[in-house]
Design a protein around this ligand. Sequence first.
Ligand code: ATP
Length: 815
Amino acid sequence: MALEQPPQPRMKIAVLTSGGDSAGMNAVVRAIVKGGILKNCETWIVREGYEGLVRGNADAEAPTSVAMPPAVDVKVRDPAFVEHLRFGDGELLRDGTGDHPGGRTLKGRYIVRVGWDDVRGWFAEGGTLIGTARSTAFRTPEGRLKAAYNLIKEGIDALAVCGGDGSLTGADVFRAEWPSLLETLRAQDKITDEQLARHGHLKIVGLVGSIDNDMSMTDLTIGAPTALHRICEAIDNIHSTAISHSRAFVLEVMGRHCGWLALLAGVSSGADFIFIPERPPQADPWEDQMCEAIHRHRAIGKRKTIVIVAEGAHDSHLNPIHASYVKDVLTDRLGLDTRVTTLGHIQRGGRPCASDRILPTLQGLEAVDALLEATPDKPSYMIGMRENRVTRVPLMEAVAMTQSVTQAIKDKDFEKAMSLRDPEFHESLEGFFATSSLMNEPLLPPEKRIRLAIMHMGAPAGGMNAATRAAVRYCLRQGHHPIAISNGFRGLLDDNLMELSWLGVDNWMVRGGSELGTNRTLPDVDLGAVASKFQQYGIQALMVIGGFEAFNALKILEDGRKYYPAFHIPLVQIPATISNNVPMTEYSLGSDTSLNALVDACDAIKQSASASRNRVFVVETQGGMCGYIATMGALAVGASIVYTPEVGIDLNTLRADVKFLKIRYGLDIKGKSEGRIVLRSEKSSSIYTTDVITKVLIEEGGSLFDARSASLGHTLQGGIPSPTDRAYAVRLSLKSMAFIEQQHELLQKQPAKSRQASPDSAAVITVQSSTIKWVPVQEMVAHADMKNRRGKTTWWGKNKELVEVLVARPQLIGN
Ligand code: ATP
């Protein structure tokens, strides 16, 4: 086919990964390559981190990569796009050899042009396909001079670096030195005046790839969530053997200067004791503190003990605390049969979890924008995350703050080290203490204690049990009285209530589904009877963990306050639903577990396509009238098309989709097609069902592709909750308890007989942008589409467009 000459690229962008590898680095590379091409840039990768920059391309040794033509002569809307499609090197990187039987090779080539299809499907793979290294040469001015020369030779002056704080420091050093490096190269006659003038400013952007989550000014580093997954999987597996033999396990996890992994693993797995560098044990000697805590747990019948030690853990005098020593203490002092498990590199490995696909994708796209907007007078930026938002922060400020944590620890100024950690770290630590330690005496005096009822509502969601466990443990620590209601309001009316003990909820962190039992019965089934049950059991506060029904139930109870004094108590909802359809919150417990289940299933489905390469899978997801799970899932698996109830499906859409798939398969190299995924939310259309769409695709695909369907159904609800859902469950549950205590105290100031709870005391805990906010249930009603059981606006809706952008639909068929 005749290819039109593309316009001059706006910029040549190179991306490298450096330092220790982490899951999600491939997603970064993929997003930068795709984002760069979409913004009319040429995209390059640098193999083996900075070492590859220093080595550059030995022209004599290797042929340059060649643009590879598509299989069929296809007409696309933007023919210039086809120029960027592929250069063939992605395949060489993917098979790990760097060599191809056909004679193409990467040997001697470290800075390589890559195209759209070269990075296809990369984000399902762990580690970094472009290689990483620790380069001593780049630490020297001579090494950096070579690196500058190699970049200029290829006409590149925009660099995205994904690595830890060392790598990002290296990037900033390089940028600062760049003008003088170019002067030297000019003086040595290695570059021309024109090159000197054209490449006078090195544009740099940093992305934090590090499993330790040790970078300041970002909530989450790329790879940390996957590492946490690996750790929690290991601990979950250890649970059964620990309980069987009544053993103690000491686990060493990564984290030289940062205890995030140990802390979050401790919270998510319900560990008994943790050691982290930022906050060594307060007692001296710490051995007494640890043994006392664990002895208390054992004395009430706990059969397993889990202690987590960060590799950089130490006592308050900076004496290292090693797992083997902790084991000796537990064996000698408490007589426990204790084993050590060092997780080591297992933590780095494996397929990236859903958030290590979605977040690096969003961050990679932001990095391209940061490069395009970079000017010599602006600082280089680091792309980070704040709760649920991608952020840009000055790179060197973030590095400096990270280094000051390390320095504060060295100076034994642990308070300062903690103060430099983000709020999530603090809250998780408080959460760990509140849910892991068994107190001899409750903290609150009797008059401040509350009878709290806890209930699950709606469909089961991962994290419901973890949130309940956290509330129960917090209650017992404070002296409150937790009452669990089984089977929702139906259960309350049937007097199906139970006491939960500290030990009874011990394993609930890891349990999926709903231990309390859940259904959709609303309190207006018999509001008067519900009020009388509240009175009968002396309920002074209610925590409902559930989805849209829970929100509805809270609204009914708040409305019912007009008639029933029993409802003048704090009423709170913790959103928990895989559909994530509760208005005004960006996050519901269970949605992360569900996304991960979807990613696992789609990876397996795609894998099955490796035998019959040109197959489209139409995968049906749950989600009711809310397309969240389908849309975010589509982003996480790189789906080609996503159908949601919000947008619906019509004949025009289907026609365009068929055209898109035909063009896309036509652009594949013959025999090199891969399976493609179409995600269809179950209620997207009552006519164009999964079956109908599959049949249409079979019929229309002709010789280009065929189609099959798969329904994920309830697999999306079940399974072990993800670490994110568990950790959030603890955070949101404890924040809810603080809210309940505060509202209860306010109410106690009023005379008992005429107590009037304010509408604000019936509220839902929400995550909005980068903050956690309480929204009164009546305010939420204004934002709810009660008929379709979802919010009136969707923060994630724009991601449907992003799914389409990431498969180049606008370039291939237009909008
Ligand atoms: P991790 O958190 O996995 O250790 P990191 O990026 O901090 O990742 P480092 O080994 O510290 O890992 O740095 C990676 C590479 O970055 C180094 O091998 C070196 O090439 C480069 N680098 C680090 N610090 C500097 C510096 N001050 N000047 C120049 N280059 C540096």
